[in-house]
Design a protein around this ligand. Structure first.
Ligand SMILES: Cc1cc2nc3c(=O)[nH]c(=O)nc-3n(C[C@H](O)[C@H](O)[C@H](O)COP(=O)(O)O)c2cc1C
Length: 353
C-alpha cells in the first residue's frame, strides 16, 4: 500500500530538517472546538504530537495549522549532535515472534492506522544557538490555545557525575523556557542511545534529583518527564513518588524496546543497535495498560502528576481508550507522519477531546 509520508525516510535527518514536512495538496478544514485545560493552561484540544516528528519550527507550525494543539519540539541538547546513519525509521510487522523480535517490512497494512514502525536516530540536535532561535520562531507562530512543549536531554560524558548531568539538563531547560517553551519536557528515556541519558527513568532517586534541579531553575513553567516502559509496579511507584511535587506530569510510554531485524537475521540499524524503539499499533495495548497503571497509582497515592499518554494512538477509539484509562492528554509519535489530518478529523468527530 502507498502511504502518505510527510517525513522522507529515504532522506537524511538534515534533509528533512531543511525541507520541512511534505504535506499533500489537500488539507482538511479544522473545526472549532470548546476549550479544555492541560497542565493548568487553556488548550483547544488535549491531543498532540510527542517529541520526534517535529524537527523544528517548520514542522511545528505545519502541524499546528492542521489542528494539533500540543506540539513537542524534538529533543534538543546543549551541543550539536549528528544523527545516526540511514536508515533511521523503518516499518515493522505488527506481531513480533515468540522471542519478542520484530521483523522489518515494506508490506504495509491497507489501513494506515494499523502501521507499526521502529526508529533509531540517536537523539540528534542542532547547536543551541540554532535551536534557541528556532524555538522562539515556533512559539511566535502558534495560536492561542496551542502549547509549545520543548523536549530536552543532557549529554553526559563518561566521567560525569549526576550533578553535572543535572546541570546540563538545567541549562537546556532554561534555554528552552527563555526561548518561549510553554512546557519543558525532560527526556529521561531514549532506547537508542547507549549512554546513561537513555535510562535515567529507571533510577527513581536520580530522576527525583534531576527533576528538582530543573524545577528550581525554571520556576513555574510546567515540567513533563518523558518516561519509558516499567515492567515492575513497585519501581514505577517509587519513581512517581520521587517526581511528585517536582514535575507536573509524566509522558509515557516512550516506545517499547525490541530486537528489530530483517527476516535473514541481520539487524536493520547495524550491530550496535540490534534493539531499538518500536512504535505504533503493535505497542498500543501494552501502553494503555501502563497508562492505566500509572494513572491509578497517581490517584490512589494522591500524587500531583498529570499523565500525557503515548503509544500507538492513531484513531478516535485509541485516544478515547487513553482518556478512559486516566490520561490528561494524548500524544502521537508516528501516526501524524502518515495521517497529518488526524487532529482535524478528531475535532470533527470528538470535539470533547
Ligand atoms: C521520528 C521519531 C523520532 C523520535 N524522536 C524522539 C526524541 O527525540 N525524543 C523523544 O523523547 N522521543 C522520540 N520519539 C518517540 C516518540 O516521542 C513516541 O514516544 C513514540 O513514537 C511512541 O509513540 P507512537 O507509538 O505514537 O509512535 C521519536 C519518534 C519518532 C517517530
Amino acid at each position: 500500500m502507498e502511504l502518505e509520508q510527510t517525513y522522507d525516510r529515504a532522506a537524511s535527518y538534515q534533509e528533512n530538517y531543511g525541507r520541512g514536512p511534505q504535506f499533500g495538496a489537500e488539507r482538511r478544514a479544522v473545526p472549532q472546538v470548546p476549550r479544555k485545560e492541560f497542565l493548568g493552561c487553556p488548550v483547544r484540544s488535549r491531543v498532540g504530537i510527542a517529541a520526534g516528528l517535529l524537527l523544528n519550527s517548520e514542522w511545528i507550525l505545519g502541524y499546528a495549522e492542521r489542528g494539533f494543539d500540543l506540539l513537542t519540539y524534538k529533543t534538543v541538547r546543549s551541543s550539536f549532535r549528528p544523527c545516526y546513519e540511514l536508515p533511521n525509521w523503518v516499518f515493522v510487522e505488527e506481531s513480533p515472534d515468540e522471542a519478542g523480535t520484530y521483523f522489518v517490512t515494506d508490506d504495509l497494512p491497507d489501513d494506515p492506522r494499523e502501521v507499526s514502525s521502529s526508529v533509531c536516530f540517536g537523539m540528534p540536535s542542532m547547536a543551541p544557538e540554532v535551536w534557541r532561535k528556532d524555538v522562539a520562531r515556533a512559539k511566535g507562530g502558534l495560536a492561542e490555545g496551542q502549547l509549545l512543549i520543548v523536549s530536552v536531554v543532557a549529554t553526559p560524558l563518561e566521567d560525569w557525575t549526576l550533578e553535572m548531568a543535572a546541570a546540563d539538563f538545567v541549562q537546556c531547560a532554561v534555554w528552552a523556557r527563555d526561548a518561549g517553551a510553554d512546557v519543558v519536557e525532560a527526556n529521561f528515556s531514549c532506547p537508542n542511545v547507549c549512554s546513561s541519558e537513555g535510562s535515567i527513568y529507571l533510577d527513581a532517586e536520580s530522576s527525583g534529583y534531576i527533576a528538582s534541579e530543573i524545577r528550581k531553575a525554571i520556576g513555574q513553567t510546567p515540567l513533563l518527564i518523558k518516561t519509558g516502559h516499567y515492567a515492575d509496579e513497585g519501581r514505577l511507584g517509587a519513581y512517581l513518588h520521587a517526581l511528585d511535587g517536582l514535575a507536573d506530569g509524566v509522558t509515557l510510554v516512550n516506545c517499547l524496546i525490541g530486537k528489530v531485524i530483517h527476516r535473514d537475521g541481520s539487524p536493520i540499524f547495524g550491530e550496535a543497535f540490534v534493539e531499538a524503539g518500536v512504535l505504533g499499533r503493535t505497542i498500543h495495548d501494552p501502553c494503555v495498560k501502563s497508562v492505566r497503571k500509572t494513572a491509578d497509582m497517581i490517584e490512589r497515592d494522591g500524587l500531583r502528576l498529570q499523565v500525557a499518554a503515548v503509544g500507538g494512538a492513531a484513531t478516535a477509539d485509541d485516544v478515547a481508550r487513553y482518556f478512559d484509562a486516566g490520561a490528561d492528554a494524548v500524544m502521537m509519535g508516528s501516526a501524524p507522519m502518515y495521517l497529518p489530518d488526524l487532529a482535524a478529523e478528531l475535532k470533527g468527530t470528538r470535539p470533547d477531546f
